[in-house]
Design a protein around this ligand. Structure first.
Ligand SMILES: Nc1ncnc2c1ncn2[C@@H]1O[C@H](COP(=O)(O)OP(=O)(O)OP(=O)(O)O)[C@@H](O)[C@H]1O
Ligand SMILES: [Mg+2]
Length: 253
């Protein structure tokens, strides 16, 4: 088997007395889209921060693109990009200046050309020369994702990439994510939108009470779901029903 893009073994993390991650294990295959689902406060962002070396874990091991997150954090950082849960654009700069700044920080040639191409791809050409502070939430989010693609990282972390976006923009972001994976980029995404995982992910993992309680393809997860009891109507469970059944918040339908 080829080396996974992410390998996580017995990862643990506590904040003071609160044990958030109680031994998390999973792998992400190179070039695949992996979706991490979990309720609010489950620890999704904590995992993203640990894997992107922004936060130290307490125990366990993890590698990202073959680099150990504890002993080779610089190599990890150089091989990834991160779009956080809250947009990280500089409000004082224009959209175009934001992209150019990151391209320059990454020592890329032709930063202006890169900026124009990315802004066009995300439908921001008309707004390119306006300050990001005047952008709508959706525009800011698009700019944020565009910025994370600068320099073509091998692996991209998207923490709730479409929260607050209207359905049209959400579909646009999905398209971009699919294109990225088709081009060989590994995508690790967290989401509250189960439809998003259903649409995008090659594998879906559910984080609940500090552990991964389910991990598989959509069809594998569907097999975990109890058979429909209705005799005459064969109904496929949605991922939402599977999720709620697995985390035990609602009676299975
Ligand atoms: N720096 C911190 N100090 C103390 N507690 C923290 C810190 N960061 C996270 N936590 C706690 O850890 C738990 C997991 O938080 P995390 O942000 O990882 O959840 P999440 O799954 O991303 O939730 P959401 O869906 O709301 O984004 C929460 O109980 C949170 O309050
Ligand atoms: Mg979060």
């Amino acid at each position: 088997m080829k080396e996974p893009a992410i390998q996580v073994n017995h990862l643990r993390k506590s904040f003071k007395d609160t044990e958030v991650l109680k031994g998390v294990n999973f792998e992400v295959e190179k070039g695949s889209i992996f979706a991490l689902l979990g309720s609010n406060g489950a620890g999704k962002t904590t995992i993203v921060k640990i894997l992107s070396t922004l936060l130290k874990h307490d125990d366990g091991t993890a590698t990202v693109n073959g680099f150990d997150i504890s002993s080779m954090p610089d190599s990890v950082r150089q091989s990834i990009s991160l779009t956080g849960q809250f947009a990280a654009v500089d409000e004082v700069l224009t959209g175009r200046e934001n992209v150019i700044m990151i391209a320059k920080l990454r020592h890329l040639k032709q930063p202006r050309q890169i900026a124009d191409d990315l802004l066009k791809r995300f439908g921001l050409t008309d707004a390119a020369n306006r300050r990001a502070s005047t952008y709508s939430g959706g525009m800011r989010r698009r700019l944020d994702i565009a910025m994370s693609l600068i320099g073509k990282p091998q692996l991209i972390f998207l923490d709730e990439p479409t929260t607050g976006l209207d359905p049209e923009v959400r579909i646009e972001v999905w398209k971009v994510v699919k294109e990225l994976a088709a081009g060989g980029t590994t995508v690790f995404l967290t989401t509250q939108y189960l439809e998003e995982a259903e649409q995008l992910a090659d594998r879906i993992a559910i984080l609940h009470e500090g552990r991964i309680i389910a991990n598989g393809t959509l069809s594998e997860l569907k097999k975990l779901f109890p058979q429909a009891k209705v005799e005459y109507v064969a109904k496929q469970p949605s991922l939402e029903e599977i999720f709620l059944a697995i985390v035990g918040k609602k009676e299975a339908i």
